[in-house]
Design a binder for this molecule. Structure first.
Ligand code: ADE
Length: 241
């Protein structure tokens, strides 16, 4: 997958070149093309913004440098603007995007976009109901969530499939050595060696975590007969606590 990012601050993207994503870049599993759209200005001061028509506080990003930067790309794939008014990004969006060959993100900074810039993009996406100073951090979050789903990025390829959100349940609790830490013991079943029992326990505990922390996710999911039974047990157990 190739990812282009149009930004005024290409240096902010160092985290994507670190750790697992960085190794993926080195191995050619994905490519990152950072484009500073200030390089596409034609005025002597390299302005990318101007005062808003109609007056008011703040500055507005101009369309021209962004359009020229987009046009300079040999190909763009899906073009995404990050802004608080967009559809909310989630794991499903990451899964959709992970199927694309190419993505192009447009990051604003400090100020709003000229409305016509939105028409250059296929979609506008937000990372949540809060306002950041720029699109760089949202873009990095979305790239991380998307690229880690690509083949060969995570060391253990099973881990992307098994974890939170991928099948509509939160993750079950995990433990590692020591089996007893200051009296806090690892559940016996996990040390039992009985794989069938361990799988059942994990399924039930994933259901419990979701019931306790994100009940909205259960409403959005169809439960199997076995899960309905487990959920009834969980409700009874939790009511007793
Ligand atoms: N830019 C500023 N705030 C943002 C948000 N919440 N999501 C995406 N882009 C943004």
């Amino acid at each position: 997958m190739k990812i282009n990012v149009l930004t005024l601050f290409p240096d902010m993207f160092t985290p994507l070149k670190t750790s697992m994503l960085g190794r993926g870049l080195e191995d050619g599993k994905w490519a990152l093309n950072l484009v500073n759209f200030r390089d596409f200005t034609t005025d002597v001061h390299h302005h990318v913004d101007d005062t808003p028509y109609g007056g008011g506080a703040g500055m507005v990003l101009q369309i021209m440098p962004i359009k020229k930067a987009l046009d300079s790309l040999p190909s763009k794939g899906k073009v995404i603007i990050t802004a608080p008014q967009g559809r909310t990004f989630n794991e499903q969006v990451a899964q959709e995007w992970a199927k694309e060959d190419e993505l192009t993100f447009i990051c604003g900074h400090y100020e709003g976009f000229d409305q016509r810039i939105y028409d250059l993009a296929d979609e506008t996406v937000s990372i949540g109901d809060y306002v950041l100073t720029g699109g760089e951090l949202p873009t990095m979050s979305m790239i991380d969530a998307t690229v880690r789903l690509l083949p060969g990025i995570l060391g253990n390829s099973a881990s992307a499939v098994e974890e939170s959100f991928s099948h509509g349940l939160l993750e079950y609790p995990q433990y590692t050595r020591p089996a007893d830490f200051e009296g806090q013991k690892v559940p016996d079943v996990l040390i039992s060696g009985n794989h069938q029992k361990i799988a059942e326990w994990r399924h039930k505990e994933a259901l419990r975590a979701t019931y306790l922390h994100r009940p909205d996710m259960l409403e959005a999911r169809e439960l199997s007969a076995e899960e309905v039974k487990m959920l009834n047990e969980i409700k009874a157990e939790e009511a007793e606590k």
